[in-house]
Design a protein around this ligand. Structure first.
Ligand code: SAH
Ligand code: SF4
Ligand code: F3S
Length: 441
């Protein structure tokens, strides 16, 4: 018998990590452990880390430093580190943070309960970071996902084979492997019976779903199957890669009403020279063609993106080209980052690192432009009525609810808690950069 522990999970990074943490919590709960909301109350703390930029590594280590004090006060506390930073660092975590008991990787999350039991029994430290690319283990792990609330994530594939030259993800998440579509459909059905009404299909590059692993279905077929599930209202997906976005998928936006009109399509740079150095395998021309096709199918489709500012050797002209691309597309939203060299990636070998001040100035300029665009994109909805899936209470005030339009825009409005999980019609009355305000009609 294992001793039940009170566990606390802290998560950094992307939706994939969020989802792995939620599933890990479901797995631990299924084994009798109890989740707590406060690290001070826990005797098992797990930190699920990100490593996409250097800042993410720093955040993880400084968080561990804080938990060190808890451990000094409470020697029975087990402190574990997992996810992408842990995968990349492996044993090095133990030399930088010797008070850590357990290191797990991105493909050994399902081993955590077993590791915790062994550490409890023997009080020795453990590192388990191999990447077996084992599809059965993946199924066993995700079989524990439970639905909480109206929205859920569903991992449809793990890993990435694209090797964009700046990116560490393929090294820490392993190579691409899709789950069989039947298993995914079963998982969504289970979530829907738990009350979930919207799922987001997750993968580093969902458009290549089914090319490695899986059961022959491609992403178009997968989305159709998932959309066929009764009581499920909405299907979303992320992330897309422009080089793999097919016409048949773009057409789906017109054919499958449950497929929400929002696409996150990372541009990364508006300069063809830089895109080539990034190994992205498309040009800005290709990208604009995709945007035009998407807008031909639905002129109001929301388009969001990622951009990296200050890739090695990025000239003034390259940067101007990125701003020009933004003006050509006008994105609804964007995550933008300064380039951060990552160990082992090809771009880390490139010369032409930009001075910090220039990096910062360019990023600020780009973000100012994006704010204007985002605001204009949101204000365009003022006066329109949209179906909103009610997600929960809003921080905007007493009696206020929050939900999202099909375009994934947050709306705050007055309403009743019993509406949670259903769609209501809301007229948009005002809009800022990050959210909109409305009234139920
Ligand atoms: N597979 C997804 C997500 C990758 S990570 C995709 O391809 O879109 C999310 C974003 O982080 C990337 O889109 C990229 O914009 C950014 N990113 C990745 N590596 C980076 C680096 N070394 N420096 C700065 N930003 C980076
Ligand atoms: Fe990284 Fe490129 Fe893969 Fe996205 S597609 S995870 S940016 S290597
Ligand atoms: Fe996600 Fe960060 Fe890993 S962005 S895939 S948690 S490196």
């Amino acid at each position: 018998m294992t001793t039940e522990r009170r566990f606390y999970i802290q998560t950094f990074g992307c939706q994939m990590n969020d989802h792995d943490s939620t599933t890990l919590a479901d797995l631990l709960a299924a084994q009798g452990h109890v989740q707590v909301d406060d690290a001070d109350d826990a005797d098992l703390i797990l930190v699920n880390t990100c490593t996409v930029r250097d800042k993410a590594d720093q955040k993880a280590y400084s968080q561990l430093g804080r938990y060190r004090f808890l451990k000094e006060r409470k020697p029975e506390l087990i402190l574990g580190v997992g996810g992408c930073m842990a995968q990349g660092e492996g044993r090095r975590v133990l030399s930088r943070a010797p008070f850590v008991d357990l290191v797990f990787g991105t493909q050994t999350v399902h081993k955590v309960p077993d590791m915790v039991r062994r550490i409890s029994e023997r009080r020795r430290r453990m590192v388990w970071v191999e990447m077996p690319n084992d599809s059965e283990a993946m199924e066993v792990f995700y079989a524990h996902t439970r639905g909480q609330g109206p929205k859920a994530f569903v991992t449809v594939m793990q890993g990435c084979d694209n090797y964009c030259s700046y990116c560490i993800v393929p090294y820490v998440r392993g190579s691409e492997l899709s789950r069989p579509s039947d298993d995914i459909v079963k998982e969504v059905e289970r979530l829907v019976s738990d009350g979930v009404r919207e799922v987001t299909l997750l993968g580093q590059n969902v458009n290549s779903y089914g090319q490695k692993g899986g059961d022959g279905a491609d992403f178009v077929e997968l989305v159709k199957k998932v959309a066929g599930i009764e009581k499920l209202l909405r299907v979303r997906f992320t992330t897309n890669h422009p080089k793999d976005l097919s016409d048949s998928f773009i057409e789906l936006f017109a054919q499958a009403p449950k497929l929400m009109p929002h696409i996150h399509l990372p541009l990364q740079s508006g300069s063809d020279r830089i895109l080539n150095l990034m190994n992205r395998r498309y040009t800005t021309g290709d990208y604009f063609t995709l945007i035009d096709k998407l807008r031909a199918v639905n002129p109001d489709i929301a388009i969001t993106s990622d951009v990296i500012v200050g890739f090695p050797g990025e000239s003034d002209e390259d940067f101007e080209a990125t701003l020009a691309a933004m003006k050509r597309v006008v994105f609804d939203g964007m995550f933008s980052f300064n380039y951060s060299p990552r160990r082992g990636t090809r771009a880390a070998e490139l010369e032409g690192a930009l001075p910090k001040e220039l990096l910062k100035a360019r990023l600020a300029e780009l973000q100012t432009l994006q704010k204007e665009h985002g605001l204009a994109k949101n204000r365009r909805w003022i006066g329109e009525t949209r179906p909103v899936l009610v997600e929960g209470r809003s921080k905007a005030g007493e009696g206020q609810l929050m939900g999202r339009t099909p375009e994934n825009k947050i709306v705050n409005f007055a309403g009743e808690a019993q509406w949670l999980g259903s769609e209501v019609l809301v007229e948009v009355t005002d809009a800022g950069v990050n959210s909109m305000v409305g009234v139920v009609v």
